[in-house]
Design a protein around this ligand. Sequence first.
Ligand code: C5P
Length: 398
Amino acid sequence: MSAIAGRKLVVAVTGGVAAYKAAELVRLLGKAGADVHVVLTDAGSRFVTAVTFQALSGNTVWSDLWDPRMPNNMAHIDLTRGAAAILIAPASADVLAKIVHGMADDLLTTMCLARDCPLLVAPAMNRQMWENPATARNLARLREDGVHVLGPDTGEQACGEVGMGRMLEPEVLVEAVTAFFSDKLLGGRKVVMTAGPTFEAIDPVRGITNTSSGKMGYALAQACARAGAEVVLVSGPTALQAPYGVRRVDVRSALEMRAAVMDNLDDADVFVGVAAVADYRPAQPAEHKIKKSGDGLVLELTPNPDILAEVAARASPPFCVGFAAESRDLDIYAQGKLRAKRLQLVVGNLVQDGLGGDLNTVVLYDAEGRTPLQRASKDEVALGIVARLAARLTQQLR
Ligand code: C5P
């Protein structure tokens, strides 16, 4: 279940062209199970109407400090009572400046001053406004005051300029809010992971690869980041986007993957090998495209290094987690891998149950035995793995 589910969230929409994205944000937060209440400022309503937000949130939209529909005329108090957070998205330069100074001249600013819940802001403005020292000062003050600043992003802006100041995309904001509410089981830890397939070149246009989608590794990277870890995801070629808060290092072959892992392993508390690393690579990739001929073609393959085993064999290795995808005798092979590679945890699954799809059925193997997790989405399975990993890590350090 998402960390957002069942929470009351007040989403405030201020005047900026990114207000049109706030409609999607409200929809996605609702889909994740939040009870969303929208506050729309006058300037915000120049861009999107209250009707849109009411339809998407299923709740009354509030704009006016003096709204007579609130029986006690205390919208600025009542709206945030019982709320898990206020999220201002988009947050204009103007509203940020007002909040810094404790101004309270409309419903939103009064509500922020009177709140008893966390305040999250997703700034959105032209790059010059963002770079203006006044805005920089305001942001620094807001952070000092405990306000959580999400973004902004850099890129093309509605005004045609390119630079810093774009509001984070709605999906990214939902992820950031989810991370905000997630238990910080891995707070302060550094996790290095591999994910996806590797691609071993035969010639400049052909290679050997496998059907790993990378979904399980990416879901686990996201779960670790939500749990507060610093995550480096060394990824083979996949069609997936790096999860919010995760640093992705792109690689192609097993040799590149190994080099990237070793480069990032300093200070790592945990290493997780999720990648389906090719066991062999062509011994001598051809410099030019191999031409077709009537004869057969024999490729000489040479073994790839076992990245996980190499990390686990270091003098003071991090907590090492491996994956065992098997087509039969899962218990025997997974437990064998735990011992042979000297791992602390192995996540085993039968390939027919998980590879490439969205659901997975896994069994966790560690020194205490085997723990099957319920068949679930890869996101849910990732949460289960993180919980076990965090518990084992704490026990080990005691
Ligand atoms: O031995 P096997 O390939 O079945 O082990 C799978 C585990 O080892 C996975 O965690 C995988 O990411 C890791 N591995 C690796 N380097 C290899 C092969 C596997 O890190 N060359």
